[in-house]
Design a protein around this ligand. Structure first.
Ligand SMILES: [Zn+2]
Length: 152
């Protein structure tokens, strides 16, 4: 594994631990050249799990794509990368345990929205507005006011 800082090939594993979900391993590595540390994740490749999109097309379950989407929703919010990673892992685990080979993108979206609601409500509204692609502004506002009502 190359060092992401100086591109040296001379790196070693200093710590290794199993992820909370049991489907991944997190390793801390150190570069012997520049002494910088970085983290790598090893996980099951879910190529066999396909996501069915609204238009019927299928694509591979892409963990990184989901993480990127959530990160965007959580921009400038007090949500750590670790929380996002854990959250996607638990989601992944849930789908794996169901043993289904196909998951609808709608199903994933619903789950994401539910979980995001628990983590950060501002991020939730942002994500929901994009994901559900509201028909108009009023629809979006209904969502926001619904949230405020629940809070009272
Ligand atoms: Zn280095």
């Amino acid at each position: 594994m190359k060092c992401p800082f100086c591109k040296s090939d001379d790196t070693r594993v200093v710590d290794s631990r199993e992820g909370k979900d049991g489907f991944s391993v997190r390793r801390r590595r150190e570069c012997n050249d520049c002494q910088e540390r970085f983290t790598t994740y090893e996980r099951i490749h879910h190529a066999e799990v396909m996501v069915v999109k609204k238009d019927g097309r299928r694509e591979e379950f892409d963990r990184n794509k989901i993480i990127a989407g959530i990160r965007k929703a959580c921009e400038k919010r007090p949500v750590s990368t670790e929380v996002i990673e854990d959250f996607v892992s638990s989601l992944e685990k849930e789908f794996l345990e169901r043993g289904e080979r196909e998951i609808s993108s709608e199903d994933i979206g619903k789950k994401l929205i539910e979980k995001l609601y628990e983590i950060d409500q501002v991020a939730y509204v942002r994500f929901a507005s994009v994901y559900r692609s509201f028909k108009d502004v009023n629809e979006f506002l209904d969502e926001v006011t619904g949230l405020l009502k629940e809070k009272k």
